[in-house]
Design a protein. Structure first.
Lengths: 321, 321
């Protein structure tokens, strides 16, 4: 069912994902008009997903709608920001009505869950690609930057790592998951941005990043920005039963720490804030586990169960390699 | 010269296009952090340019850098907003150093000209596509919406129309421009966003839009949003000498009013504000010409020099047709 561009925009973009009083004018004019809250900083992030690079050609459009928003909300979470507004630039090879309906269902459902308003966007024809820009609010001075880690801070991770990578291996046919396939596929297709964690730890953590390219690569960014090193104990890294089974069968640790697509948070927290942290942890909807500590020097060092340094774990996903 | 993604971002994105005090944290973290001015509304717009759709495969990268920002600033102009921050999501088939250097030169040069800071972005591999999100400020209640036109308002256009379309016809080999080719190509490749006009007319115009898809289509949006019709006198439409020569040789009016890529502004202004308008016009860096008036009814009607209604002028560029 071919539709003209303006009809497309009207039909799929013009119902705002959440009603917010701070949206003065939403989709449908040259710009959206927004009223930022007084005394707050605005956090802005953009992430693009490209067919054949970030997702397969036959990817489920509803999951894609979810994920294209989730990866952006994950960046807001890593900054300790409260999400507010999002715009969506969609490039499509053709106007497939069913595809668009499923895509917008996934996108808008996650937006509503987090009170995010869809404020505008653009629809163009071309190779399938989804570029999202998300806006959130953060109290001045409380944003979780990559550059705040200090020697002696403890390194924490939310949730579990490696699930998305293992689900991808299984989908590609190079590994067979014995049970809980659907659960792991959810982790790959519908990551949950850790917004509550980011907000709760804004006053406690010294640095944070979301794990999109793998723990080694992303923790490496904290190290580089903060001028420190990191020691990670592989055995402490939280994993699902499926990932533990994969490792027991001789699977590679690189799948857990270097393959990415986890969208968990990695945070550094001074050891003196342990009691504050315990109080907060009780209220979180996910686990928060210490996996290592910030040390002097540079780069991320991984230690195995026998105390040996492990290298050759990969460097995380990089485009253009 | 292949570069890893992070190096790419660092090299081309990390020198902010303009230093602004309201950028708390620029490129290089999970989000940018910004300080919106108290008492102003935030105007946000996104526009994507796709290779083979919006520009040719061999397009000059420096011009492309300019144009990908210009089309977004043009949306801010049409809202009467003052530009401030921009983020850039770039999808590239490979990391061509020379291409990137030329692209960023064009982008950053225009950003500096308008005091715009590059606050972040994303670089991914994939088919060439450029998605920009621009942010500006506007005093509450003064934004130029599409919906404010009233019957009796006069319709004005900045600059001249049809130059970009004629340059494209010439580049495609279907028309020969006798003189001033370079000037017309500038109009196609390096449109100048009419920011000063938008800002100056915020208190005077009742509605505005930028002409990206052709006057008929874009003025049609004002009519639809405002619940009015429009009468346009074709002879009044400002054109360059080259476009006049093209029309005299039997060229189609559709090239002038329906082909788009002009990035001029179309505004509606009540006739009683004529003296205010005269004062402002003297200070503008471009012409502002009355081409018609807002009437009751719906849709845009074009009238030729003999008073006859002209139809079949085309509907402007639409993707997915």
């Amino acid at each position: 069912m071919p539709l003209a561009e303006f009809d497309l925009i009207r039909e799929f973009f013009s119902h705002s994902a959440a009603d917010r009083d701070d949206v003065v004018l939403g989709v449908g004019d040259d710009c959206a008009l927004l009223q930022p809250p007084v005394g707050m900083e605005l956090a802005v992030t953009s992430d693009t997903l490209v067919e054949g690079v970030h997702f397969a050609v036959d990817a489920d459009p509803e999951a894609l709608g979810h994920k294209s928003l989730a990866v952006n909300l994950s960046d807001l979470a890593a900054m300790g920001a409260e999400p507010a507004w999002v715009s969506l630039a969609l490039t499509l090879p053709s106007s497939n009505y069913d595809w668009l309906q499923a895509f917008s269902r996934g996108f808008i459902s996650l937006a509503k869950e987090h009170g995010v308003a869809l404020i505008g966007g653009d629809t163009t024809s071309g190779p399938l690609s989804i570029s999202v820009t998300a806006h959130g609010f953060v109290r001045p001075g409380t944003a979780l930057r990559r550059s705040g880690a200090n020697v002696g801070d403890q390194i924490y991770i939310t949730g579990t790592l490696g699930d998305a990578a293992l689900a991808l291996l299984a989908r590609q046919g190079s590994y067979t998951i014995e049970s809980g396939v659907a659960q792991l596929e959810q982790r790959l297709d519908r990551p949950q941005p850790r917004l509550a964690v980011g907000l709760a730890l804004g006053q406690i953590a010294t640095a944070a990043i979301d794990i999109s390219d793998g723990l080694l690569s992303d923790l490496g960014h904290i190290c580089a920005s903060s001028g420190v090193g990191a020691r990670v104990l592989l055995e402490r890294i939280p994993t699902s039963a499926q990932v533990r089974s994969y490792l027991q069968q001789g699977g590679e640790w690189g799948t857990v720490v270097a393959a990415g697509d986890d969208y968990e948070l990695c945070l550094t927290i001074p050891p003196g804030r342990g009691s504050l942290l315990r109080d907060i942890k009780a209220d979180l909807d996910c686990d928060l586990v210490q996996v290592g500590e910030v040390v002097s020097g540079s780069g991320v060092t991984c230690i195995d169960s026998e105390g040996r340094t492990v290298s050759d774990l990969g460097l995380g996903y990089q485009h253009f390699r």
